[in-house]
Design a protein. Structure first.
Length: 155
């Protein structure tokens, strides 16, 4: 028991567990960066398995339906919204953004799926993070066939 306590104290001193966003946790939305990236509790979070048209990527022009995707995300997750974040296998991308599936706490809305279902995002898998691919692919197929969002607005 003494040894376990010593390890816990050592890890706390090293800052292990300093980020409250690892695993499955709740946090508060600070702001929206774009259609698939948010800042929660001071950390940048990139939504897993979805990709919205670019609006902020350096050297890339604003893409068709990018501003609409960002506006929709702002409606879904205004500042102060409580969210639950779920990790998959990889925790960060090459830009050091936290990777997560995002759920609104108040009603359980799976935000990643909502973006796909409404035609604001397409499914984008960066292996090995693929936990919800089977659920998301049919939503994209339906949005495309119904010409929802970007699928009806962009060439």
């Amino acid at each position: 028991m003494k040894r376990l306590l010593g390890i816990v104290v050592l890890l706390a001193g090293l800052g292990v567990g300093a980020s409250t966003l690892w695993g499955s946790s709740t946090a508060t939305v600070d702001r929206i960066v774009d259609g698939d990236t948010i800042v929660v509790s001071g950390e940048t979070v990139r939504l897993l398995e979805v990709d919205t048209p670019e609006t902020k990527k350096p050297g890339t022009p604003v893409q068709c339906y990018g501003p609409e995707a960002t506006a929709h995300m702002k409606q879904l997750l205004p500042p102060g919204t409580r969210v639950r974040l779920e990790d998959d296998r990889e925790k960060e991308d090459r830009y050091k953004r936290h990777l997560a599936y995002v759920y609104r706490v108040d009603d359980g809305l799976f935000v990643n799926a909502e973006l796909v279902k409404s035609g604001y995002a397409e499914v984008k898998i960066y292996s090995p993070n693929d936990r919800h691919e089977r659920d998301l692919r049919p939503l994209e197929t339906a949005a495309r066939s119904e010409k929802l969002g970007r699928w009806g607005a962009c060439p």
